[in-house]
Structure formats: structure tokens, C-alpha cells
Design a protein around this ligand. Structure first.
Ligand code: DX5
Ligand code: ZN
Length: 226
């Protein structure tokens, strides 16, 4: 048995399910979160439109928790560095949208952000394994990106396992994040497969107490990671 220290379970609620007209108070409701997941969509890479750079810049100024920005946008090589410049904790781009993912990951780190790379459910991890040392986070989508409230795709679980094995095998410090359909049930399967950072939109903001929902998810996830 190789020794693996227990990973910390992180819960990053998605403000996609929050009230967009009261974002500052919505952030205050998740002050016990590890990060806040901010979904940027351009109605081009995905068939939905949310917020962009000016709003993210303001969120960065008022948020009690670090910003985890998920860019579901085309032309991401041009836009992502500007989000890093805003001072957010991490910037995640979709590999399907990037012309030069290695260059982009390096640029994000050079600008002081953690570099995250996201894969849609049907995008295989194998072509990108040599890139792991360039990354701080790998986001494995467990729904087709674009909308909150979709059902968790169990077909992604084998990819999470393969990614965990690759990260451990390479000895790199790359967090594995999952996003989409995370609930108190599915978080257990995703954590057992090897993810440790969990995005949850509807299962946090859809509850009367988002803070309690975060604690409950974290407890379930941590148990599965132990
Ligand atoms: C979907 C977004 C997710 C979304 C998750 O494209 O990337 O972050 O908010 O929402 P739930 O947790 O409701 O599936
Ligand atoms: Zn997301």
C-alpha cells in the first residue's frame, strides 16, 4: 500500500444558483465555504449567458471567500488572463476552448492565479496527462456545462479515478474538482473516485440554510475521502 495522506474536502458553492440581484448578501450566506465558484458563460461555448469581467472584478473586492472562476467561454486564451489580473484565486478554462492550453496555464500562474483546466464529460483526460505539472486544478465536469440543476453523470466516475491515479503517479499537487449535480449522495461517489473539491449550486443555494448545506456536504465528502 502506498501511503496517501487524507485529502481535505473543499466545498465551493456556485453562485449560478444564487440571487443575481443580491450577490453581496448571497456571498455572506456561504462564508463557511472553501471558495466561491463563479460561472462565466458567453452564450457561445455554452448555450447560456451569465456574468463577465466587470462583475467578477466587483465580486473579488467584496467576497469573504476566495473566487474560483470557471470560464465557459470561447476565445478563452484572450480573456482568461484578464480574470487572473482581477486578483481571483483560481481561473479555470476549458481545454476544448483553448488554442494553446500550456501557454495559457503558464500565463495564469505568471499573473498570480492558480491555473485550472476543465474537461467536458466526453473529453478524455489521457491526451492531457503530460500537462499536469502546468496545472493547479483539474475540473472534471459531471454535467454538460451551461446550466445548474442537472443530474450528476456517473459515466464520469472512471475518468475521475484515472485522473486521481495519474496525479498521484506523477506526484504533482493538482486538485481534482467536480462540478455538476453534486449532492449529499453523489459527493460520496465522486470523493471515493478521487475528487476533493466539489462545486455545488442548487444543493447549496436551493436549501433554506446554504451554510448548513455546505457543512453537511463537507462532512459527507470528508468521510468518503478518509
Ligand atoms: C454548470 C456550472 C455549474 C453549475 C452547477 O455549467 O458549471 O457550476 O452551477 O450547478 P448544480 O450544482 O446545480 O449542478
Ligand atoms: Zn461551474
Amino acid at each position: 500500500m502506498s501511503e496517501r495522506h487524507t485529502m481535505q474536502c473543499c466545498i465551493n458553492p456556485s453562485i449560478l444558483s444564487a440571487d443575481f440581484v443580491n450577490l453581496e448578501s448571497e456571498l455572506a450566506r456561504i462564508a463557511n465555504a472553501d471558495g466561491v465558484h463563479v460561472d462565466v458563460m458567453d452564450n457561445h461555448f455554452v448555450p447560456n449567458l451569465t456574468i463577465g469581467l466587470p462583475v467578477v472584478e466587483r465580486l473579488q473586492k467584496v467576497s469573504p471567500v476566495p473566487l474560483d472562476v470557471h470560464l465557459m467561454i470561447s476565445d478563452v486564451d484572450r480573456w482568461a488572463p484578464l480574470y487572473a489580473d482581477a486578483g481571483v484565486s483560481s481561473v479555470t478554462f476549458h481545454v476544448e476552448a483553448s488554442d494553446a492550453p500550456v501557454k495559457l496555464a503558464r500565463e495564469l500562474r505568471a499573473r498570480g492565479a492558480k491555473a485550472g483546466m476543465a474537461l467536458r464529460p466526453a473529453t478524455p483526460i489521457e491526451p492531457y496527462l503530460d500537462m499536469l505539472p502546468e496545472l493547479d486544478m483539474l475540473l472534471l465536469m459531471t454535467v454538460e456545462p451551461g446550466f445548474g440543476g442537472q443530474a450528476f453523470l456517473d459515466i464520469v466516475l472512471p475518468k475521475i479515478r484515472r485522473a486521481r491515479a495519474a496525479v498521484d503517479g506523477a506526484g504533482v499537487d493538482v486538485a481534482i474538482q467536480v462540478d455538476g449535480g453534486v449532492t449529499e449522495e453523489t459527493i460520496v461517489r465522486a470523493a471515493e473516485a478521487g475528487a476533493s473539491v466539489f462545486v455545488a449550486g442548487s444543493s447549496v443555494y436551493g436549501k433554506p440554510s446554504p451554510a448548513q448545506a455546505i457543512d453537511a456536504l463537507r462532512a459527507r465528502g470528508q468521510l468518503a475521502l478518509a
